[in-house]
Design a protein around this ligand. Sequence first.
Ligand code: GLT
Ligand code: MN
Length: 388
Amino acid sequence: MLASRFAPKREDKFAFGIWGLQNRGRDPFGDQTRQETPALKCIQGLAERNAFGFEFHDNDIIPFGSSAAQRDAILTDLKKCMGDWGIKATMATTNTFYHPVFKDGAFTSTDPAIRLYATQKVLNCLDIAAELGTGVFVFWGGREGVEVDASKCPIEASKWFRESLNFLCEFVRAKKYAIKFSIEPKPNEPRGDLFLPTVGSVLAFIETLQYPEMCGINPETAHIKIAGLNPYHEFAQALDAGKLLDVHLNGQKPLRFDQDLTFGSDDLKEAFFTTKLLQDHKYQGTIGFDCHPYRTESDPWDFVDRNMRNYNIMKEKVAQFNTNKEIQGLLGEIHGANKDLVGLIAQYSPQTLDKLRNMQFNLEALAGRKLRYEYLDQLLTELLLGVL
Ligand code: GLT
Ligand code: MN
């Protein structure tokens, strides 16, 4: 039996991308293995399991090609259900990757008509987001990239994307929507190379926009590991920049195809440090999961439950880590060296410059310092395995 103390509560602020729950178990090599769970059933099931919110693409809830009347009817129904079930639409995004028109990109297509069509599709989705009270609006550039570098210049592509984003920011301002944009980096797949592959590249790109304060980032564990990088460090960089608007937690074996495994299923230490980062630094957004039930499952519910449980279990482990006397004692020792020198160069002045120039360092003593990192790591391993 699974311990009940890890069961999710609304205040945990968990959210799921419903596209993961809707997934029918198709992959490039095999047909569907289960029926699609309809959007409303996904949202209802999430509410019953105490998820705080759901994330959606326009076409996850409103089928592509719906009429204005169909759209309105779907939204009216959805809003009523959200009220009845007590669940929020925490993140919205536009599907600018599925339709063949986007085969060579949406905002970075070489065809200006396609770029305009993508921008128009986002405008329409922004209206939906505003109607549902969604504050975070994501751009995942699944088709923004190339296989053939000769086909387009990345600088030109950035210019096209920037132009659309600036226009869309103006639209949000004009409409007074309480919405922020969030860009989701990924290095490749489905394109050979995607533009804006990492947290760092997105942060730099945001600074080139007309309204950088309206834009942030939502990194995803799997995307970071496809790039061969460290999710803890990537999430931290976004948080440090004050730009972490949303997170996409999941699991992923490094350097492989996009697996979107369950959070904590593949790398416990990584899940631990991601959780620790968000908890210790009082991340204010929702804890979003962007993953998919395995093809072998016949419904998404065990998958939903365990993602949230794993986060809550890690939360307990973080609390244990933060209060464990031996671990904290060791950390105190590690960070306790030469405390009197902290902040010495925090302010530049001729005096501090002079001080620094004249400082003598005992390199032998500094290099000879004992750093018990192997032991610290073992304490964490034993804590995570429940034997500490
Ligand atoms: C797509 C992708 C995700 C993005 C989604 C937002 S859709 O499934 O793999 O990482 O977050 O468009
Ligand atoms: Mn994602």
